[in-house]
Design a protein around this ligand. Structure first.
Ligand code: NAP
Length: 257
């Protein structure tokens, strides 16, 4: 059984812990300074450890703090790190080289998961010069692990897969706003949204070409064409792509902070 310790038990660690809890080959521990997250660990029956204990008892450490807190944490941790400890940072931007400098001795990995890990539907990019099998196995259990050859690509992953769920949630939010104009109070908006999104998933699950799917809804001079033309005129597709670049560039900036 591998012992996995989580340092920083906020949004990301909670998703990883929830996804991994059902796997009996892992024993999970947590460490945090935030009392709300400590209460959550207690509620989930995940043992709390001091920083020293979690560094010394874990086989694998997942560091899940914000990039701004990373270096202070590393300087607190470094005297507790043994040579065999595998240390996985999920922090956006923090490069492997900076991690190695901050934590000499441990085996260091970068992983960029997304919130889908909570339901074992996560997608995680992994980068390291160390042997990767055990880390890949963990993230495959949480969904799908992708090993990247070039560390710079993690910034695009951070944006396209880490941040982009929030972009889609914004669109769904507007969809639900507009649904309220349509539905009587006793019909659940969320049920309609789920049915709508599930129908989109079913369509793409069949492997149909996206252009064919668009053409199957759009007819010349029709309502769909009018809506799509508005999106094209307002450059929505480009704007969406630029939002992906903005998040990617921010990930690159964070590595230099
Ligand atoms: N959220 C996502 O969808 C997502 C996706 C991919 C990657 N990530 C990465 O995951 C990391 C964590 O993000 P998050 O959204 O989970 O952040 P979060 O909710 O703020 O959780 C971080 C936790 O770590 C605690 N912490 C910070 N420094 C600490 C220290 N020295 N000792 C003990 N606890 C400490 C924080 O305490 P305080 O509240 O007191 O500061 C907080 O409870 C980030 O680096 C982010 O780039 C997040």
């Amino acid at each position: 059984m591998s012992k996995i310790g989580f340092i920083g038990c906020g949004h990301m660690a909670k998703a990883l812990i929830k996804g991994l809890k059902s796997n009996k080959s892992y024993e999970l521990f947590g460490h945090d300074r935030n009392t709300k997250n400590l209460a959550w660990l207690e509620q989930e029956k995940i043992p709390f450890c001091s920083l020293k204990e979690i560094c010394q008892e874990s086989d694998i450490l997942m560091i899940c703090v914000k990039p701004k807190d990373m270096y202070d944490l590393c300087s607190e941790m470094r005297t507790y790190i043994g040579n065999e400890l595998k240390i996985v940072s999920v922090a956006a931007g923090t490069t492997l080289e900076n991690l190695k400098d901050a934590l000499p001795g441990g085996k260091v990995y970068r992983a960029m998961p997304n919130i889908g890990a909570k339901h074992n539907l996560g997608i995680t990019s992994i980068f390291s010069y160390e042997e990767l099998n055990e880390i890949i196995e963990i993230f495959n259990y949480l969904g799908k692990a992708i090993v990247v050859e070039d560390e710079d690509k993690i910034n695009l992953h951070t944006s396209l897969i880490g941040s982009a769920p929030a972009f889609y949630f914004e669109i769904i939010n507007e969809f639900e706003h507009r649904l309220s104009e349509l539905l009587p109070d006793d019909v659940s908006k969320r049920d309609i949204t789920l049915l709508f999104l599930t129908s989109l998933i079913s369509a793409i699950q069949n492997g149909e070409n996206l252009e064919d799917l668009i053409q199957s809804i759009k007819s010349k001079g029709g309502t769909t064409e009018a809506g799509l033309n508005h999106l094209y005129e307002k450059d929505f597709i480009n704007i969406f792509s630029e939002a992906i670049d903005a998040a990617k560039n921010r990930a690159a900036d964070l590595s230099m902070d």
